[in-house]
Write a protein that binds this ligand. Sequence first.
Ligand SMILES: Nc1ncnc2c1ncn2[C@@H]1O[C@H](COP(=O)(O)OP(=O)(O)OP(=O)(O)O)[C@@H](O)[C@H]1O
Length: 255
Amino acid sequence: MLLEAKSLKKIYQTRFGGSQVIALSNVSFSVEKGEYVAIMGESGAGKTTLLNILATLDRPTSGKILLNGQSIEGMKEKELAAFRREHLGFVFQDFNLLDTFSVKDNIFLPLVLSDKTVEEMESRLAPLVKKLGIKDLLEKYPYELSGGQKQRCAVARALITNPQIVLADEPTGALDSKATDELLKLFEEINEEGQTLLMVTHSTKAASHAKRVLFIKDGEVFHQIYKGAMSKEEMYHKIADTLTLLATGGELNGK
Ligand SMILES: Nc1ncnc2c1ncn2[C@@H]1O[C@H](COP(=O)(O)OP(=O)(O)OP(=O)(O)O)[C@@H](O)[C@H]1O
């Protein structure tokens, strides 16, 4: 198993020691190599909390995460940073590109931090440039690009370390519909080539591209839908129906 989340619980203590917020009460699931998983749930359901914990940016109150059977528990901040760089790729809603660096330097950043040689960086970049169609963007600066172009560059930055899993937080959230379609197509392609993807999204359309959708409610995994042989349209309707159930507090069959 590539990624295992075991009984994750996250309690936020509000400042001044007042009340507690249980963001995650008991979340367990696993992701196999090559999967494409979307995580959905209403606002405040705990999706960002979950993603931050999976990204090792935040620690659970209890429970644990295993990547390839390895627990990150007990790692010091420096080890964690190296672990993140080596094993995880990140794509964010607002791109998180640095405006003072060219696109190429933004993409190289994770490799620079890992002390890779220029030759190695260039040889890793070449196939990505081709796949993502970003040749003409490399010498530009992020502020010169459209949202869709920025997100393609951010995907290149996420992929350049050959991560075991790409974690995406609402990756289509700031994109128009054309750029959204392009990004979803790209995610599908890289997944078909074997890249494991995990994406938090509010978008039914984005989730309908995933092979599995996990719904979080009240800090727990409420339901899962496997795409299996379903078309994207069928998947879309099934997700929309489940979201309606979530919002209206309805019961699922067998639940
Ligand atoms: N740092 C924090 N301190 C206290 N409470 C927090 C903190 N971060 C999140 N929460 C609370 O934890 C719960 C889950 O928040 P989270 O941001 O994970 O939800 P979400 O599903 O990502 O929501 P959205 O879709 O709106 O981004 C919410 O009740 C939120 O108010």
